[in-house]
Ligand binder design. Structure first.
Ligand SMILES: Cc1cc2nc3c(=O)[nH]c(=O)nc-3n(C[C@H](O)[C@H](O)[C@H](O)COP(=O)(O)OP(=O)(O)OC[C@H]3O[C@@H](n4cnc5c(N)ncnc54)[C@H](O)[C@@H]3O)c2cc1C
Length: 383
């Protein structure tokens, strides 16, 4: 017999309306709770270009009722790699994801995903400010993290950074030297590998746009520079001067200004929760983009929070439910965070995700809702 339940919804405040905060709003509103989302930015638009949405994130988004058509996505079936100087080519295809994981991972514009989550998360406005639960989904520079930990944790400099830009796919037409970008064989991501600098690109927006991330060591003292700045095509070409002519020809399509992001990742935190307050997404475990799983972890966290707080949860039960949320999430979140760094920083581990079917299964095959529900039943349902 389970314990008697509360006859009212919980009032839940979510701090941050990024991909994680909106996902949490959907998961918790679907349980019947009253949600208020607080967002610091006046213009709540996703910054940054596109994003890979792996099958494990899609599984949760399906449970949220998303419509994949609205993402205008392109399938992510693998990666073609090229060596930076000569362009030596190798196709690394994933196994059939639709068959093995029930859905095919994709690439989409971040704004498209954000808009879809916004539409799904909007519910009746709730003016309650006194909350039974507070969710800190306020990103890598989280303030809520300081409240949870009792002291501030600033993700340290890693001396790695990334140029990020997009280019209209129509600009590739009539340029045979650029056929490698979209036309060379399979329609998947492209990874151009240098010794320490890499270009990763893929199509999105129904293949009308190409998204580009270029990761390399940052020669600057990162602590003396803003985490985000803007540079010119000339700066990018200087940094990638040793890359082959077909790659430099592609970079010459980049229009100024080009975004330059420092790559920072959270140290592993001792806890994600304190009483009725829980962190999720980048606030708890910001990762490198190496595995394309940062937002996916935020979406999985959100599904887990939703499962741990079904309608009928009493306010006094919230701390134990959030502790169970941490039990079920922290090992996986920390694993992704550790691997995302090591698979960029340790030369022998570079590209491991692409080579290892076991690693792909661990990441893509995970069912966050089923795993959390099982943990909830074991922990809280007394027969
Ligand atoms: C180059 C790059 C490529 C990436 N590619 C991928 C990918 O392919 N696949 C993938 O899954 N992930 C990817 N990621 C990771 C992904 O972008 C993040 O993990 C994800 O966006 C985290 O979402 P979040 O909601 O936790 O945080 P955020 O998106 O940072 O959202 C936090 C929100 O909180 C708001 N906020 C901050 N402070 C406050 C406050 N005090 N009060 C109220 N609101 C506040 C902010 O304005 C923001 O809207 C990539 C990251 C990078 C840098």
């Amino acid at each position: 017999m389970s314990a008697p339940t509360a006859d009212r919804p919980l009032n839940i405040a979510i701090v941050g309306a990024g991909l994680g905060g909106l996902s949490a709003a959907i998961a918790l509103r679907r349980q019947g709770h009253l949600i208020k989302v607080f967002e610091a930015s006046l213009v709540n638009k996703e910054i940054g270009a596109a994003i890979g949405v792996p099958p494990n994130a899609m599984r949760v988004l399906e449970a949220f009722g998303y419509d994949q058509k609205n993402l205008r996505s392109c399938d992510y079936r693998g990666v073609v790699t090229y060596s930076a100087e000569g362009g030596e080519r190798k196709a690394m295809m994933f196994k059939d994801q639709a068959k093995h994981y029930g859905r095919q991972g994709c690439f989409c514009h971040r704004t498209a995903l954000h808009e879809e989550l916004k539409a799904l998360s909007s519910g009746q406005a709730d003016e309650t400010y006194e909350a039974d639960v507070v969710i800190g989904a306020d990103g890598i520079r989280s303030t809520m993290r300081t409240v949870v930990l009792g002291s501030s944790v600033v993700p340290p400099a890693t001396n790695m950074c990334a140029f990020r830009w997009t280019v209209d796919a129509s600009k590739l037409e009539g340029r045979p030297e650029l056929d490698w970008v979209l036309k060379d064989g399979v329609p998947v991501g492209r990874l151009v590998r240098g010794d320490s600098a890499h270009i990763f690109l893929y199509p999105c927006q129904d293949a009308t746009l190409v998204n580009v991330t270029m990761m390399h060591p940052d020669a600057r003292d990162q602590d003396k520079h803003s985490w985000y700045s803007r540079v010119t095509q000339e700066d990018v070409l200087r940094e990638y001067k040793d890359f082959g002519p077909q790659f430099k020809a592609f970079i010459q399509l980049a229009e100024d200004p080009i975004n330059l992001w420092q790559l920072r990742a959270m140290p592993l935190l001792p806890t994600f929760t304190r009483g009725r307050l829980a962190l999720l997404g980048d606030a708890a475990h910001a990762t490198f983009p190496t595995l394309g799983q940062g937002a996916a972890m935020a979406v999985e966290d959100s599904a887990a929070v939703g499962c741990m707080l079904p309608y009928g949860t009493k306010p006094e039960e919230v701390p134990s439910r959030l502790a169970a949320y941490q039990d079920v999430r922290k090992t996986r979140d920390d694993f992704v965070r550790i691997e995302s760094l090591e698979q960029l920083m340790i030369p022998s581990k570079r590209g491991l995700f692409l080579r290892s079917v076991e690693m792909q299964d661990v990441l893509n095959g995970y069912d966050a809702i089923a795993v959390t529900q099982e943990h909830f039943d074991k922990t809280f349902i007394k027969c």
